[in-house]
Design a protein around this ligand. Structure first.
Ligand SMILES: Cc1cc2nc3c(=O)[nH]c(=O)nc-3n(C[C@H](O)[C@H](O)[C@H](O)COP(=O)(O)O)c2cc1C
Length: 179
C-alpha cells in the first residue's frame, strides 16, 4: 500500500488550518451521492459516499476515499473490487440506509428493499442507479483515517430511461436536488 504523505512538514509560512474550518469549507461543496458496495465470501456491505473523483477517461479510472473503520472497507480490501452507484434524487431513502441514518439497519440489511445485481467483478450493483461503475482496485493509498482506492472501471451500467432523473446531491449537511 502506498502511503499518502500526511506527515510532510508544512512550509513555515503556511497558516495552520483546523479540521473544523476545513469541514466548514467542505460543507459548501455540493456533491453527488453514491453508494460504494462490495462483496467478499458471500458477505455484502456498503456505504453512502461523496468522495468520488474521475481520474482519467483513457483508460477509465476513478478514485474513492473510504474510512478504514467502515464495514465495507474490509470487503473492498479482501475482494479488490467495489461498485460505485450514483443515486437519483428519488433514492434518498437508500442513501440514508447506507449512511447509517436508519436505526438498526446495518450490513446486509441495508441491501433490502432494492434490486442489486452482479455484473463483472461480483460487487453488488444497484439496478436502478443513475449509473453503476463496476471496478477493480488497482492501487490503495493509506491516507490516515481513510484509504484512497484507485480503481479500474471494468463495466458501466447506465440508466435506461430516455431522460435521466435528477441526481441526489448533498450540500451544507442536507440531501438536495438540482434547482
Ligand atoms: C452524504 C454523505 C457522504 C458520505 N461520504 C463518505 C465517503 O465519501 N467516505 C466514507 O468513508 N464515508 C462517507 N460517509 C459516511 C458513511 O456513509 C457512514 O459512516 C456509513 O454508516 C459507514 O458504514 P458502516 O456503518 O457500515 O461502517 C458519508 C455519509 C453521508 C451522509
Amino acid at each position: 500500500m502506498t502511503a499518502f504523505p500526511l506527515t510532510a512538514a508544512p512550509a513555515a509560512s503556511d497558516p495552520a488550518v483546523s479540521s473544523e474550518r476545513f469541514l466548514a469549507g467542505m460543507r459548501l461543496f455540493a456533491a453527488g451521492c453514491t453508494i460504494i458496495a462490495a462483496r467478499h465470501g458471500g458477505v455484502r456491505a456498503g456505504l453512502t459516499a461523496t468522495a468520488l473523483c474521475s481520474v482519467t477517461a483513457d483508460p477509465p479510472r476513478l478514485l474513492v476515499c473510504v474510512n478504514q473503520k467502515v464495514r465495507a472497507h474490509t470487503l473492498i480490501a479482501a475482494s479488490e473490487a467495489l461498485s460505485v452507484n450514483v443515486l437519483a434524487h428519488g433514492q434518498e431513502a437508500v442513501a440514508r440506509r447506507f449512511a447509517g441514518m436508519v436505526e438498526g439497519v446495518a450490513g446486509e440489511d441495508r441491501f433490502q428493499g432494492a434490486d442489486w445485481v452482479e455484473r463483472v467483478t461480483g460487487a453488488p450493483v444497484l439496478k436502478d442507479a443513475l449509473v453503476g461503475f463496476d471496478c477493480r482496485v488497482a492501487e490503495t493509498i493509506d491516507a490516515g483515517t481513510h484509504s484512497v482506492f484507485l480503481c479500474r472501471v471494468v463495466d458501466v451500467q447506465v440508466a435506461a430511461a430516455p431522460v435521466a432523473p435528477d441526481p441526489l446531491l448533498y450540500f451544507d449537511g442536507h440531501f438536495a436536488k438540482l434547482a
